[in-house]
Design a protein around this ligand. Structure first.
Ligand code: AMP
Ligand code: ZN
Length: 461
């Protein structure tokens, strides 16, 4: 089977093939470093990481770049609120982000690129767009992308459908706002207007500005990713990822301005992860319904359990976050760890049949839920040796990133496991006296059992 990925551009699953035959050119829209990302944001980076791991597992070389947005409306607003320089402020959150992704077993990209290191490259693209008349300067000195002109000229290099191809826009809303401009980085689909490539300095920017051939000002958000992607990976790349809310306006605008400047198709496969919800609403800072990795740690939950919980769903399905589900995932992950720890020290050969199944599932647009069922099957199979199981699990973990080679907990003794099962049985039979006695016995062996909706949760005292 060949790798198949769902391409947002065509809205279909497509066979994966490389542009340059050498390596996968892969760009991920990284965080805006103005606060602690919430766990919804981390779905975007866990998805990109899984995709990268699957590509590597399939023998591809991968050149992966992730940006850090360290200048935009939000970073300027909040650094001023805290009375810090933009750099001081964004560097702090950059370091926190790097610690967080490590705790989620996310493999670092080949390079993190900071937007403020690419101002010159952004200016160059904007100059090209001005030259081709896909951009114009407004009275206040800001520079905007001319959507109508771009669309009228055949627009996009990938299909000639102009603006709106990626997000399947109803262009009648463009007509409604014809001639309008939007300076803000983020806006909704019903507000399509010419967007800012370069923002002329105003008082709110304080000391955040660059003196360039375009005038005194700063870049818009969208141009940042075009410049960082093109500078590091070239004018055409294979894969660009982000969450679905990046499709519009961010990726639509990145695509328009990049293809406007080069006349070439910017990205072959656009791939987007779906949302993490809370009470069926998108987890978002603005909704005040978010959790961070610190909230998980405060409840004694290892961030890797969150990774595991996400892998239980396909990246293109929405998942509703509830603590009980995460605790259930953690219990399941600990069971997997425990089964693994019981395999002994010897490592044998990767089981070919299971390996084939596992790979097939992942090749089908990263079907991680089914890939995980293969992991359970291996660990429970009575017909293969422990050494071979160990080799197979370690091989799968190259993709799953659950950290089997480096498990921090110790194996739960069989005696304790038996007591936990017996206590569950007693509770089911409403024999609470016996279940209490068994709990004490478990405690005396250095463990504590907690009852959750997802079953008993065992922790070391
Ligand atoms: P931002 O820092 O707002 O640009 O977001 C960083 C990444 O997180 C982007 O790829 C977003 O699309 C993604 N994202 C934001 N909220 C969620 C959510 N609730 N669920 C999944 N991904 C999200
Ligand atoms: Zn981006």
């Amino acid at each position: 089977m060949t790798l198949k990925f769902y391409n947002t551009l065509s809205r279909t699953k497509e066979d994966f093939s490389l542009i340059n035959k050498k390596e996968v050119l892969f760009y991920t829209c990284g965080p805006t470093v103005y606060g602690y990302p919430h766990i919804g944001n981390y779905r975007a980076y866990i998805f990109a990481d899984t995709l990268k791991r699957v590509l590597l597992y399939n023998g591809f070389k991968v050149k992966h770049i992730m940006n850090l947005t360290d200048v935009d409306d939000k970073t300027i607003r909040d650094s001023k609120k805290e009375g810090k320089t933009l750099r001081e402020f964004t560097e702090f959150y950059t370091e926190e982000f790097k610690k967080d992704i490590k705790s989620l077993n996310i493999v670092n990209p080949k390079k993190f690129t900071k937007a403020t290191d690419y101002i010159h490259e952004m200016v160059e693209i904007i100059e090209k767009l001005l030259h081709k008349k896909f951009a114009y300067k407004s009275k206040d000195g800001s520079i905007y992308f001319d959507i109508k002109r771009f669309s009228a000229q055949g627009g996009s290099a990938s299909g000639g459908k102009g603006y709106g191809q990626l997000s399947h826009l109803d262009m009648s809303s463009l007509k409604k706002n014809a001639g309008g401009r939007i300076i803000k980085d983020e806006y909704e689909k019903d507000n399509i207007q010419d967007f800012a490539l370069w923002k002329a300095w105003d008082e709110k920017d304080g000391d955040v500005f660059w003196n360039t051939t375009l005038g005194k000002g700063r870049p818009g958000w969208h141009i940042e990713c075009s410049a960082m992607s093109m500078s590091n990976l070239g004018e055409q790349i294979d894969i660009h990822t982000g969450g679905v809310d990046n499709i519009f306006p961010h990726h639509e605008n990145e695509k328009a301005q990049s293809e406007g400047a080069t006349g070439k198709q910017f990205v072959k496969y656009w791939m987007h992860n779906e949302w993490v919800l809370v009470d069926q609403k998108k987890m978002a800072k603005s909704e005040h319904n978010f959790y961070t990795l610190s909230d998980l740690r405060a409840k004694g939950i290892d961030p890797v359990a969150y990774r595991f919980w996400l892998l239980m769903a396909n990246y293109r399905t929405r998942v509703n976050f509830v603590w009980e589900a995460l605790e259930g995932a953690e219990t399941a992950l600990k069971r997997l760890y425990n089964l693994y720890l019981g395999l002994g020290d010897e490592t044998g050969n990767i089981n070919k049949e299971y390996n084939h199944k596992f790979k097939n599932y992942l090749e089908d647009d990263l079907d991680t839920p089914r890939a995980l069922t293969v992991l359970w099957d291996v660990l429970k199979d009575g017909n293969i040796s422990n050494a071979d199981k160990k080799a197979t699990v370690l091989d799968f973990d190259k993709v799953l990133g659950l950290g089997f080679a480096d498990i921090k907990t110790e194996k739960i003794p069989e005696e304790v496991e038996k007591l936990v099962t017996a206590r569950e049985e007693a509770r089911k039979n409403k024999d609470f006296k016996k279940s209490d006695e068994l709990r004490k016995e478990i405690n005396s062996l250095g463990y504590e059992v907690k009852d959750t909706a997802e079953g008993p949760r065992l922790q070391q005292l």
